[in-house]
Ligand binder design. Sequence first.
Ligand code: FES
Length: 112
Amino acid sequence: MADNVVRVCAQSEVASETVKAFEVGDHRLAVFNIGGKFYITDDECTHASASLAEGMLEDGVIECCLHFGAFDVKTGAVKAPPASVALRTYQVVLKGDDIFVDLDKNAAGEPA
Ligand code: FES
């Protein structure tokens, strides 16, 4: 396993169609469960300072609770203003019952 792959939580901690925030080292990450598949992004909205885990998750899009900017959870792409900067995604690594994150790669597996 690569150096920067670290455990985030157990798969059972994030129920289907929900999102939960976890502290991993210096990072605060949002873990999403969409149809039984897991996705990880930064938890902080790129618009200002709000936790996306406190937002509304619907159809793979997370809507920020502060100004209602929205992001595609799988790609980090902006889906609604006032957010204008894409959300950082991370590569998810499943191992046994646990969810790990590769902090050096985005959701597409590219160096980030
Ligand atoms: S802080 Fe998220 S949209 Fe403004």
